[in-house]
Write a protein of this length. Structure first.
Length: 412
């Protein structure tokens, strides 16, 4: 038998069969796969997979030494993680380069809904993508147009079923993995209760919000958009200067009150997957009074973001992928943090105070080259949850995992 070509260490993945299917593909291609399970949910989604698996039952302090032992024991050449900022991933990611181990990071797609992200070493704020608009201009100009993605339908119901299955298995964690602590700040039962309550109200909200959007646009008054992100998201917790959305709203509304023209309005839209655990209407009412903005704030729980962006004077975001949609719609965009699209010529590079007064639209040519480059370098056609999406993601991701250098490294 030929020796394995490469040795992949799989750490934690998404709540779906994606990791299991990807590992099987790599083993069939002649590689070695070793999996670390951190809890009962990980075990449940790794069943019948080819390759060795280990259950880590120790404390966080023991994890760096444990990972290094596995690297040496199995001559690991590559490791695969979903999200590079999870506490259980940090020791592996932070020490990998010194040990000669390549890190492959999966994340949700920068461009959605038919794409996922796969990068070497880090994503989002830790991406290897340069922050140089000239590099994107020259690189994108030389690349061919990306092929149209294979489309698939992935319902929220399927994703929710996988999540529930994963956390039901987690009921065994006190026995299976007594030291395990979830990276998410909200427990699953609290999260589910919030979703049930929120989704039961959506029917009412959709009708109300459609009327609010219609009135906003037909008024002819200029307005800016502030799309909220999830407080629990790594984009806020690890890749921004803010602790939560309340801080973001306070910061943005204070600036808006001081510097935006008096005839402009600010439209704040909640995230579609918000759990409903924070009373944003109440917080916004308090902030309106604090900053003297009564009558100038429009709050939406739902609504068509594309329509809002089409008519908006500008969009302010921390680092959401809504920023990419905004640039695609040629809407002036301001980033409060440093996402991959925070480039001179795309986002406004002056102060937020000046942005309210003179929001400049992005360069459509630069955005075209940026999009083309990102799609070629770090986007994979596929999904994590439904069967057709997983089939696509496994085939396309396996080719990139097996490639040396990666598409981005070739461009760099």
């Amino acid at each position: 038998m030929d020796p394995p070509k490469r040795a992949f260490l799989f750490l934690q993945g998404v709540c779906s069969p994606f990791y299991q299917r990807l590992a099987k593909r790599l083993v069939n291609d002649g590689h070695r796969v070793v999996k670390v399970n951190f809890n009962a949910g990980d075990i449940a989604y790794w069943q019948r997979t080819h390759g060795e698996s280990h259950l880590f039952r120790g404390t966080t302090a023991e994890l760096p030494g444990y990972i290094k032992t596995l690297w040496q024991q199995y001559s690991i050449t590559d490791q695969v993680v979903f999200g590079d900022r999870r506490p259980i991933h940090r020791p592996a990611v932070d020490n990998a380069t010194a040990a000669g181990v390549r890190t492959h990071v999966f994340e949700e797609g920068y461009f959605r809904p038919f794409w996922i992200t796969l990068e070497r070493e880090g994503v989002n704020g830790h991406s290897l993508l340069p922050r140089d608009p000239n590099w994107f201009f020259e690189t994108g100009k030389a690349l061919p147009e990306p092929p149209a993605p294979v489309r698939f339908r992935s319902s929220f119901k399927i994703r929710a079923m996988h999540d529930v299955g994963y956390h039901l298995a987690g009921l065994a964690n006190p026995l299976v993995a007594p030291h395990y602590r979830n990276h998410a700040p909200i427990t699953a039962p609290v999260e589910y209760a919030g979703y049930i309550k929120r989704f039961s109200q959506l029917k009412f909200w959709k009708k109300r919000d459609a009327e609010r959007i219609k009135a906003l646009i037909e008024s002819g008054k200029p307005y800016f958009i502030l799309p909220l992100q999830l407080n629990s998201d790594a984009q806020i917790r690890d890749h921004s200067p803010y602790a939560n959305m309340q801080e973001v709203m306070d910061d943005v509304m204070a600036s808006f009150a001081q510097h935006a023209p008096s005839d402009t309005q600010l439209c704040i839209k909640n995230h579609p997957l918000d759990m409903g655990l924070v009373n944003y209407p109440n917080i916004i009412k308090q902030l309106e009074e604090r900053h003297g903005l009564q009558g100038r704030i429009v709050y939406l729980e739902s609504g068509d973001l594309n329509i809002l962006l089409k008519h908006a004077k500008g969009n302010v975001t921390v680092n959401s992928t809504v920023g990419i949609v905004s640039l695609e719609k040629n809407c002036p965009t301001y980033a409060l943090s440093d996402p991959i699209y925070n480039l001179d010529g795309l986002t406004y590079q002056g102060s937020l105070a000046d942005f309210w007064q003179q929001p400049a639209p992005p360069s459509s040519k630069l955005f075209g080259y940026f999009q083309k480059t990102v799609m070629h370098a770090v986007q994979v056609n596929g999904g994590y949850y439904c069967q057709p999406g997983i089939d696509l993601a496994v085939d396309n991701a396996a080719r990139i995992l097996e490639a040396c250098p990666s598409p981005l490294e070739k461009l760099l």
